[in-house]
Write a protein that binds this ligand. Structure first.
Ligand SMILES: [Zn+2]
Length: 246
């Protein structure tokens, strides 16, 4: 899933489109924020794009994973602007999103993102790629191990594997399931965007797995659920405050 830096190529009209859509988004977002009882009625008239914009707005304002990542990006000198750095678009296949390293833009696949929770997971996953892009010199295209590392981190830290993990833990008691899920997801993400064999993708993931799986920045821990993410956000804010006082 996701992580399609070389597949997403927004056309030149995207900027204009986004501005237009942003206007309707603002209008409707206020209705949503006020808990308008007719929201369900109105939402049936919204286009995929308007729904995508609304869900994005809510995710950016309320999701603790996303809030932490946005703070961390800002702290690293890569402040994210919602209008400039996110683009709701129709995508091919069942891709949910991607990070376009050439434009530093996160593409959200409005035709495939099913609900608010899904939107939050996709935004978190792609923001981890954006964070990696900001803090390190990532060679997305020429070094598959760089991509593998970021995919391991995105799968590990975004909650992609947490729900599945809980279900499996409950049903089978598999302690190592989280690691196995992260590895499988990272391999699938690479195969979705690179024309390489499964063996090459597996080798790249296995080579970087230990160090990248244990790199929890900017969370400081694996945020298994929203409560963990909230604590991580609070810790990050405190850390930020501490360093800025020096
Ligand atoms: Zn990815």
């Amino acid at each position: 899933m996701a992580g399609a830096p070389d597949q997403s190529q927004p056309g030149p009209a995207v900027g204009e489109q986004l501005q237009q859509q942003h206007v309707s988004c603002q209008v409707f977002s206020e209705r949503l924020a006020q808990g308008n009882p007719q929201q369900g009625f109105f939402s049936s008239f919204l286009t995929h794009n308007q729904k995508c914009q609304l869900m994005l707005l809510k995710t950016v304002e309320t999701n603790p994973y996303v809030k932490l990542l946005l703070d961390a990006m800002k702290h690293s000198g890569c402040a994210v602007n919602k209008e400039r750095h996110f683009s709701c678009e129709d995508c091919n296949g069942n891709v949910s999103g991607g990070f376009d390293a050439t434009t530093s833009q996160i593409v959200l696949c409005q035709n495939n993102i099913r609900n608010q929770a899904h939107m939050s997971r996709v935004v978190t996953h792609e923001l981890i790629h954006a964070f990696d892009h900001c803090r390190a010199h990532v060679h997305w295209f020429s070094n598959v191990r760089h991509l593998a590392c970021s995919e391991v981190r995105a799968a590990n830290l975004s909650g992609d594997c947490s729900l599945v993990n809980e279900i499996f833990r409950l049903r089978f008691g598999l302690k190592q399931h989280h690691q196995a899920c992260v590895r499988d997801r990272a391999i699938l993400s690479i195969l979705a965007v690179r024309n390489i064999s499964k063996e090459v993708a597996e080798k790249a993931v296995d080579e970087v797995f230990e160090s990248c799986f244990n790199d929890h920045e900017p969370f400081g821990r694996i945020p298994h659920n929203e409560t963990y993410a909230k604590y991580a956000h609070r810790d990050f804010q405190n850390r930020d405050r501490y360093y800025s006082n020096i």
